[in-house]
Design a binder for this molecule. Structure first.
Ligand code: PLP
Length: 451
């Protein structure tokens, strides 16, 4: 790294340990220092301009210069910059956002609990479900089933739910209560000649077998992202969600939909539960809830669970869980304004319309020799690169080519993301059709560079 001694880059390497970063590689290569953002664009400190085609971490729905969010935060900071929500304290922004969420989410979700991040939210879901089952007198019903390649965060419980090796390796995870089943990805895991419906039926049968093997009386919940995001944008095969949901209902296993990425328009509907006909007992939201201008996550859940916890907190004692900044007034005020903007500007329809254009442009690469599969829904997509199109053989090592396309993308002014060798696209909800075409064209140039 050849940064000036007192530069941001040099001080970054001197003082920080970055999340999700190979520390030694970072010492060698140094950071890209992001200096400012506007619309769907970012600039680094050398003045290079990029289209942020990943919305940061799948999260900056309104882009980088939404003044109304800044004003909402400033106004709230002046009125009440902080108050907590422990032991009977309330404040208007968190109540307003909770009410909004209950009204806009699918039927049967009646209560809200706030955390600061998606990982904390999923960790909290585990603890809420454990508390609930203890409260209603079935303390043995504690296991969670999730999917390989699913992503639910990185705390000890949520990291255990995550089904990716990097989140377990070196951390002594997963916890023994967390079990994993097959990834619902037809291209990679279907058998020869199996249709999507047949594949979904087989996965539902596998889930049922897993529940029976563990003992239904020990299995509390099934958690999944309607569309797997960080695991490579894996769109579920036809019929998958109704089939697995039916299995869960049969054995009184709660359905938890993790819409931390999917929520607020990403799949072309406000919530992916609407796109895939899911009636969850628990819905987990974060990221686009504030366009990530403030850290916030929300767990929206059924009255049945609420009543169990409420009765339990009389019988077992206080529901002893919560964070100093749970339901933070500034974060929730920004959340309220963010959702109003999404609704007023009909950005959900925009995501559907621009998503069609983006996926249409990407589909043109389906015959490219490096491209195994192009997939997506709404305004989220991926292009999986393979060493051999016919056999679907992966590159060796996995991820090398994806990383090269990601880096070449920077040269062409676009920020993408590589999950293994799947190059992911998740531009802000405000992206225009012209910008979507431009993003894919820049990706095309990056692909040619590594060919
Ligand atoms: N759940 C899903 C589906 C996610 O994609 C993520 C993060 O990408 C998380 C949970 C964890 O959220 P956080 O990074 O805010 O802890």
């Amino acid at each position: 790294m050849d940064a000036l001694p007192n530069s941001t880059a040099a001080r970054d390497v001197a003082y920080l340990l970055h999340p999700y970063t190979n520390a030694r590689a970072h010492e060698r290569d140094g950071p890209i220092v992001i200096a400012k953002g506007e619309g769907i664009h970012l600039w680094d400190d050398a003045g290079n301009k990029y289209i942020e085609a990943m919305s940061g971490l799948w999260s900056v729905g309104l882009g980088f210069s939404e003044k109304r969010l800044v004003e909402a935060a400033y106004k709230q900071l002046q009125i009440l910059p902080y108050s907590h929500t422990f032991t009977h304290k309330a404040h208007e922004p968190s109540v307003e956002l909770a009410e909004m969420l209950v009204k806009m989410t699918p039927d049967g979700l009646d209560r809200v609990h706030f955390t600061n991040s998606g990982s904390e939210a999923n960790d909290t879901v585990v603890k809420m479900v454990w508390f609930y089952n203890n409260a209603i007198g079935r303390p043995e019903k504690k296991k969670f089933i999730s999917r390989l390649n699913g992503y639910h965060g990185i705390t000890i419980a949520s990291g255990s739910l995550t089904g990716l090796p990097a989140n377990h390796r070196g951390f002594d995870l997963p916890l023994p209560q967390m079990k994993h089943v097959t990834t619902p990805h037809h291209y990679r895991f279907a058998e020869e000649g199996e249709t999507e419906e047949e594949f979904s039926t087989r996965l539902a049968e596998e889930l049922e077998a897993k529940i029976l093997e563990e003992g239904p009386e020990t299995v509390a919940a099934f958690i999944g992202e309607p569309v797997i995001g960080a695991g490579g944008v894996l769109v579920p095969p036809a019929g998958y969600w109704p089939k697995v949901q039916a299995v869960c209902r049969k054995y009184d296993v709660l359905v938890v939909a993790d819409e931390v990425i999917n929520g607020f328009g990403r799949t072309g509907k406000m919530f992916a539960c609407e796109t895939y006909d899911i009636q969850p007992d628990v819905l987990v939201l974060s990221k686009q809830i504030t366009s990530s201008y403030q850290p916030l996550a929300a767990i929206v859940f059924s009255d049945k669970i609420y009543q169990g916890i409420a009765d339990g907190s009389e019988a077992l004692g206080t529901f002893g869980h919560g964070f100093t900044t749970s339901g933070h007034p500034v974060a929730t005020a920004v959340g309220v304004e963010n959702i109003k903007i999404i609704q007023e500007r009909d950005l959900v329809s925009n995501a559907a319309k621009v998503g069609d254009v983006m996926r249409g442009e990407l589909a043109k690469y389906a015959d490219h020799p490096l491209v195994g599969e192009v997939r997506g829904v709404g305004l989220i997509a991926a292009c999986e690169l393979v060493a051999d199109k016919a056999t679907k053989a992966k590159f060796d090592p996995v991820g090398k080519v994806g990383m090269s396309v990601f880096k070449a993308g920077h040269e062409h002014g676009v920020i993408l993301r590589a999950t293994g060798d799947s190059v992911c696209f998740c531009p802000p909800l405000i992206t225009t059709e012209e910008q979507a075409v431009d993003i894919v064209a820049r990706f095309g140039k990056a692909l040619e560079d590594v060919r």
